[in-house]
Design a protein around this ligand. Sequence first.
Ligand SMILES: NC(=O)c1ccc[n+]([C@@H]2O[C@H](COP(=O)([O-])OP(=O)(O)OC[C@H]3O[C@@H](n4cnc5c(N)ncnc54)[C@H](OP(=O)(O)O)[C@@H]3O)[C@@H](O)[C@H]2O)c1
Length: 366
Amino acid sequence: MATTSATFRMALECSSSTRVISCRDTSVQFISAAATASSFSPKLRPKRIMMISSSSSSSSSSHNTNNAPPGPILLVGVTGGTGRSVLGGLLAAGIHNSSLKVLTRNPQGSAAKWFEAQGVGVIAGDLDDADSLNNVVQGVRAIYCHATSKDGAKADPEGEIRAERLAKAAASAGVEHIVYNSSGSAGFGISQVEQKVMIESIFKDSGIPTTNLRATLFMEEFWKVYTRPQILKGTFPFSMPSHKPLQLVAVKDVGLAAGVSLKNPKEYGGFSLELAGDELTPLQMCEAFSQAQGGLKVNHSRPPKFLFWFFNRDLYRIATFLSDHGYTADIANCRERFPGILKFDQFLQLTKWGDASRMYADGFQY
Ligand SMILES: NC(=O)c1ccc[n+]([C@@H]2O[C@H](COP(=O)([O-])OP(=O)(O)OC[C@H]3O[C@@H](n4cnc5c(N)ncnc54)[C@H](OP(=O)(O)O)[C@@H]3O)[C@@H](O)[C@H]2O)c1
C-alpha cells in the first residue's frame, strides 16, 4: 500500500520505560515486527539506499519501440528510499535516460550523483518554493511524480500543498502529462492513502491529463530490516490470514507502467489503474521464500493486529484492510498492458533473495 512505507516513529510505552523507535519502515515491517517489538533498536535504522541495475537500458527492452513524444520528463520524489528503482522500469519501457531529469533539493547528494552516473540529468528544485518550480518545469513535456513529501508515519499535510504548487507551475508551463505514484486501498481511512486520493484530484483539477498508478504493496517491503532476517531464519511474521491473497508490485514495475504511460499519453492521460504483478497468500509467499532460500522451510506466524492500535492507528487500518479487504487490481490486465511485470518469485530470484549477505540497505540490483 503506497504510503504504507513510512518512517514510523513509534513510542512503545512500557511499564518501566519508553522506547522510541525511528525507522524507515512499512506496514509490512510493523505488521511483521510487532511480535518482536521488544527486540527493536534504533541502531537498526536502515540506510536509505537501494540500487538498481546500471545495466538496465532502453536498448535491452522489449518495450523499446521509442515512440515516446519528444521533450524532457521531470522525475519528482525519486531520490528517497524507493524511488530509484523506477528508473530501471522507465528504461525498460523504452524511455531514454537522456530525456529524464530528476528534481531534488540536494543535487550534491548521493542519490543525485547516482542518477547522474546513470546518464540522467539532475536539477535543483524544491516543492516548497514556487519560484524554483517555475524554473524547473520550463520546457518539460511530462512529469512522473513518485512522492511530494517524505514518507512518514502519518500523511504530511504539506504533501497536498506541494502537489498544488507543482500542478500550478506545470499547468503554467504547458506540461502535457502527469503520471502519479498513487495507491490502492482508498476509502479505509489510512491517512497517507487518503492524501494520495486528494493529490489525484489536485492533478486532475490542474487540467493536465494525469495517469494514476495505484500501487499495491511494494515487493521491496519484504526486503527491509524488520522482516527479511526473520524470514531467512524460517519465520514469516505477517499479520494477515494465511489463506488471504495479497497483491504485490515491484517498484521497478511502477517505473515500467509509468514509462508505458509516458510513451502513450493519449491512451493513458486521464486514466487510473490499480497496479499489481502478482497475488499470493502468506502461505504461498512462504513457499516462494523457501524456494528462494534453497528449500529451508518458512512458516507463517500471525501477530495479532490489535497491537497496532496502540502503536499507530494508520498501521492498524492497514492491517485491517489487508486482512479483511485487500487490493483489487486486475493482474491479467496489468500483464497485458505491461509485459514483463514481475511475479513475486521472479522478483525474489532477480534480487537474489537467498543470499543472506546482501542487504536492502546496502543496495541491490535487479
Ligand atoms: N505501495 C507501497 O507499498 C509503498 C511502499 C513504500 C513507499 N510507497 C510510496 O512511495 C512514495 C515514496 O516513498 P519513499 O519511501 O521513497 O519516500 P522518501 O524516502 O521519504 O523520499 C521522499 C522523496 O520526496 C522528495 N521530497 C520531499 N520533500 C520535497 C520537497 N519539499 N521538494 C522536493 N522534493 C521533496 C525527496 O527528494 P529530495 O530529498 O531529494 O529533495 C525524496 O525524493 C511515497 O509516496 C510512499 O507513500 C509506497
